[in-house]
Design a protein around this ligand. Structure first.
Ligand code: HEC
Ligand code: HEC
Ligand code: HEC
Ligand code: HEC
Ligand code: HEC
Ligand code: HEC
Ligand code: HEC
Ligand code: HEC
Ligand code: HEC
Length: 369
């Protein structure tokens, strides 16, 4: 019976709570102080749900001040019940404090600062990025949080994964158009392949650096190797992971790793993966558009070896291990040296050992009475 009484008690306090809430709603709506979150939103929306509300900037641009409650409610923040004032901290009353934005872009650049309150880690990262660098130099088109994420309608940024590259495409349309045709981009966009790289896999997310520096260049092989040296991943596509291990021991690869270790800030032209394969325009090697397709390969080498004759590429073993089928001459030379050298070495060792035994036996004999 105690249980029953307890439930009655709970129900009656709930009813009372609802009545009090309703009373608050009816009588206190116009006031501002101490309202629950949804009430603050209502206050703001009492003006901002008007689709004709707008303001004209000194630049002449007309900015709509209409706010769609629906898109806020369906955003990552709306789902958490976040109120307007969580971001608009200085606008709790009307008239709003005087602002002197010259243009729509000025408004965005000022208001996006709100994000750092809760996302300080990402904000700190963006400060070192190339976008922030050019913003500091006065380029107002450099990407800020809201360019990539939106503001009232923010969604999970990597779902689906193709969303990431379309985010960058807003301002880097030409590169995106090249990328979406490439072996990586087309697999992502047409086949929903989750294994291929998107823009941020190669450039980073919030700390995007200038990719045209010596430092970035010497890191390229490891950038590609993250996937192309991963045997489990590459086996899925029948691709060889020798591309990385053999590159590392090639002339170009050794050259680049010396620079990486000793002079990472000095530009060196020795070939990295993207010099031969392209960057945003990488294709399967049998695709005629590929820069390493037999049709185009000599042209590609000639970018840096202008005197390369027609046989130049034939002499190059590429990423392939020396084999009887593909490079028979090299195979026999290699086989000869790899068996002949140890053979000679063994003869030497046996000879030296026999000499030592001979010397010991001699001494032993000469000590005999
Ligand atoms: C009584 C109507 C009214 C209410 C209530 C109101 N606003 Fe405004 N809001 C305006 C008008 C009008 C403007 C145009 C610029 C101005 O007059 O300050 C504006 C401008 C803005 C702007 C853009 C310019 C700026 O100052 O940054 C933002 C953001 C904004 N309001 C947010 C809010 C938020 C958040 C709330 C609730 C806490 C709110 N408003 C409540 C009428 C209102
Ligand atoms: C997650 C943070 C966040 C929340 C929550 C938020 N805003 Fe905003 N709001 C912004 C940012 C950032 C901008 C600047 C957008 C830009 O670049 O134009 C903005 C812009 C505005 C503007 C100017 C018009 C425009 O579209 O640029 C108004 C008006 C406004 N917000 C009202 C509201 C109201 C009303 C609410 C609550 C119902 C709200 N905001 C909730 C971040 C937020
Ligand atoms: C009052 C604190 C607060 C403010 C201000 C705020 N956020 Fe958030 N944001 C959160 C919380 C809490 C989450 C959910 C937890 C999480 O995923 O980090 C979130 C989630 C996100 C996500 C989704 C993360 C994911 O992987 O699901 C993005 C993107 C985001 N915020 C961007 C922004 C941007 C851009 C701004 C500025 C316009 C902003 N936030 C302002 C607190 C805030
Ligand atoms: C150049 C575009 C760009 C800019 C600028 C940018 N972001 Fe992002 N952000 C992304 C992308 C793309 C992802 C998803 C990355 C992924 O999953 O690989 C992301 C992920 C996030 C996430 C979820 C993952 C995490 O790291 O917690 C949050 C939160 C976030 N960003 C907040 C911000 C804030 C705050 C700012 C401004 C200080 C900002 N972003 C600036 C593109 C951007
Ligand atoms: C709001 C527009 C905008 C968005 C969105 C944007 N960027 Fe940028 N980005 C720029 C501008 C402007 C520059 C400077 C261009 C210049 O200096 O010629 C730049 C420069 C760069 C650079 C340096 C190389 C160069 O050409 O200067 C890289 C790398 C870069 N962005 C990558 C990205 C990636 C990756 C994304 C998506 C996660 C992204 N950007 C999203 C505007 C944007
Ligand atoms: C597989 C790795 C990879 C992917 C994926 C990738 N990039 Fe790049 N990106 C590079 C490398 C390496 C460079 C520097 C070498 C060069 O310029 O060719 C570069 C250069 C750049 C530059 C500056 C040079 C230029 O060509 O203007 C920008 C801007 C850029 N990338 C943006 C993007 C965007 C946007 C995406 C997504 C659509 C993207 N990248 C996808 C590796 C990548
Ligand atoms: C000097 C030019 C050059 C450089 C540098 C280079 N490649 Fe290649 N790559 C080629 C050529 C030519 C082919 C096609 C013939 C072959 O397989 O040797 C090829 C083939 C490939 C293939 C297809 C392999 C297969 O199994 O079909 C991949 C993947 C690849 N390269 C990735 C890379 C990566 C990753 C790097 C950097 C670590 C790199 N390449 C550096 C020229 C180059
Ligand atoms: C995030 C993982 C990832 C990164 C990083 C990456 N790749 Fe790939 N790459 C793949 C996958 C997966 C495929 C197979 C796609 C398919 O066949 O659908 C592929 C395919 C290729 C091919 C086509 C091989 C053929 O002939 O079929 C080449 C060439 C290639 N990548 C070169 C590069 C180079 C060069 C880089 C660095 C600039 C790089 N990749 C970075 C995952 C990656
Ligand atoms: C981005 C420029 C670049 C590209 C593209 C390039 N190389 Fe090289 N390569 C170099 C540099 C720099 C050296 C080092 C020269 C030195 O150290 O004296 C080198 C060295 C070599 C060497 C050994 C030394 C020599 O000069 O004989 C060979 C062989 C070679 N490359 C073959 C090729 C072949 C084959 C291709 C095309 C598949 C190619 N390279 C593409 C820049 C490049």
């Amino acid at each position: 019976m105690t249980t029953y009484n307890f439930q009655r008690l709970k129900i009656s306090s709930l009813t009372a709570g609802i009545i009090v809430l309703l009373l608050c709603f009816v009588f206190i709506t116009p006031a501002r102080a101490g309202q629950p979150a949804q009430e603050t939103d209502k206050y703001c929306l009492s003006c901002h749900s008007d689709s004709n509300l707008s303001m004209t900037m000194p630049s002449g641009e007309k900015v709509s001040l209409f706010v769609s409650l629906d898109s806020i409610e369906h955003s990552v923040h709306g789902k958490l019940g976040m109120e307007c004032e969580a971001c608009h901290t200085n606008l709790s009353t009307f008239p709003h404090p005087q602002q002197n934005f010259q243009s729509r872009r000025d408004l965005s650049i000022s208001l996006y600062q709100a994000c750092q309150k809760c996302h300080a880690d990402n904000y700190e990262k963006t400060k070192d990025s190339y976008h922030a660098k050019i913003a500091a130099e006065g380029n107002k088109n450099a990407a800020i949080c809201t360019d990539c994420h939106g503001y009232h309608d923010i969604q999970v940024p990597d779902q689906p994964r193709s969303r990431i590259s379309t985010t960058c495409s807003k301002c880097h349309a030409e590169i995106y158009n090249t990328y979406k045709e490439s072996v990586h981009g087309s697999a992502l966009i047409n086949e929903n392949n989750q294994d291929v790289p998107v823009c941020t896999d190669c450039h980073g997310v919030h700390n995007i650096l200038d990719p045209r520096t010596a430092n970035f260049r010497v890191q390229t092989p490891e950038m590609c190797a993250r996937c192309h040296a991963d045997k489990t991943l590459m086996d899925k596509y029948g691709l060889s992971t020798d591309v990385y291990s053999l590159y590392k021991t090639s002339w170009h690869g050794v050259d680049i790793s010396v620079y990486k270790a000793r002079w990472p800030t000095i530009w060196h032209d020795s070939a990295v993966c993207s010099d031969c394969h392209g960057t945003h325009n990488i294709f399967k090697t049998d695709d005629p558009r590929s820069e390493v397709n037999p049709k185009n390969l000599l042209q590609t080498c000639r970018k840096c070896h202008p005197d390369a004759g027609p046989n130049w590429t034939g002499a190059w073993t590429g990423h392939n291990k020396i084999s009887l089928q593909r490079t028979p001459m090299l195979f026999y030379v290699d086989a000869f040296y790899s068996s002949f050298t140890p053979f000679i070495l063994w003869i030497c060792i046996i000879y030296v050992v026999l000499q030592i035994i001979h010397a010991i036996v001699d001494r032993f004999r000469s000590n005999l009475p």
